[in-house]
Design a binder for this molecule. Sequence first.
Ligand SMILES: NC(=O)c1ccc[n+]([C@@H]2O[C@H](COP(=O)([O-])OP(=O)(O)OC[C@H]3O[C@@H](n4cnc5c(N)ncnc54)[C@H](O)[C@@H]3O)[C@@H](O)[C@H]2O)c1
Length: 334
Amino acid sequence: MRVLVTGGAGYIGSHTLLELLAQGHEVCVLDNYANAAPDVLDRVRALSNRPLRDETGDVRDRSRLDKIMDDFAPEAVIHFAGLKAVGESGTNPLGYYDVNINGTLTLLQAMQRADCKRIIFSSSATVYGEPQYLPYDEAHPLNPMSVYGRTKLMAEQILTDWAAAQPDRATVLLRYFNPVGAHPSADLGEDPRDTPNNLMPLIAQVATGKREALQVYGDDYDTPDGTGLRDYIHVVDLARAHLAALSYAATQSGARPFNIGTGQNYSVREMVQAFEKASGRKIPTINSPRRDGDVAAMQADARRANRELGWQATHGLDDMAASTWAWQTKNHNG
Ligand SMILES: NC(=O)c1ccc[n+]([C@@H]2O[C@H](COP(=O)([O-])OP(=O)(O)OC[C@H]3O[C@@H](n4cnc5c(N)ncnc54)[C@H](O)[C@@H]3O)[C@@H](O)[C@H]2O)c1
């Protein structure tokens, strides 16, 4: 299939490119490199040994998108491009609405003009908000607690309405839990531009000595060790979920959300221990107050994805920590 991948040079996008190329799909990437290294696609080409088209541009640039649609004629789009820092979204809401909402609208308009009918969207477990029950299933109420989460929910609604307007359109909404880990080659991984937003890259930076200690936000939650519990998903498993979603979209119509997680959760302390084991280094921690908007625990009920997409996570915690450490040491002067 010809697949346009927006944001394909990013963390999850780059891993997904490898899976797409390995399965023989023809791929074109659109990325503005707002949060990606310029050489990522060269690494993907070297690892896959397959041709890959790429365009440097913004997903809000309609004329650029029209040209890509005319030249490449994608049969499906995977839409990763977006801004993803929860904290920053509160201080720059218009920037987040512009990229995440306008970007999605512009993309859909260009798809509609080109008669491209299938889209896989990077949504997030943040659409659920404070858990009414756990694990979250896809029927859980949607009540995001941040601007970022609201942009994801609004984009889901736009994509759902777009799919409903014609009987042969398909939208797959993948609600990612907490992506971690890196490619086994250690040539692809999470490469945050500034201060990392996620736990694993922060732990990795402490292990390499870039940071003195890990701030643990909240050690008095109602959890076994007092720290927050999250459902971490290995990025290679997550990448494979997009391939499963693409096959699903080829035969289904309408819009359907899927949780993409392991169904297990680990505490901050368990993540630190796993990383200490993988790196052989001590990770000093400092207890800090809880952060606004953080919940005690999150966990996916991923059975719908298992059942309907035929997808299942296969990588465990040790692999998540070991691959992150291998990537960090190979690429960041560990
Ligand atoms: N990583 C996570 O924790 C997580 C969790 C849930 C959902 N998501 C969503 O998954 C998607 C991918 O996340 P990621 O972790 O790979 O992030 P990332 O920042 O590594 O990748 C996003 C990519 O989009 C590009 N981009 C940003 N704005 C753009 C624009 N206006 N036009 C074109 N390209 C643009 C960036 O340069 C980057 O390559 C995002 O939509 C994110 O919100 C991520």
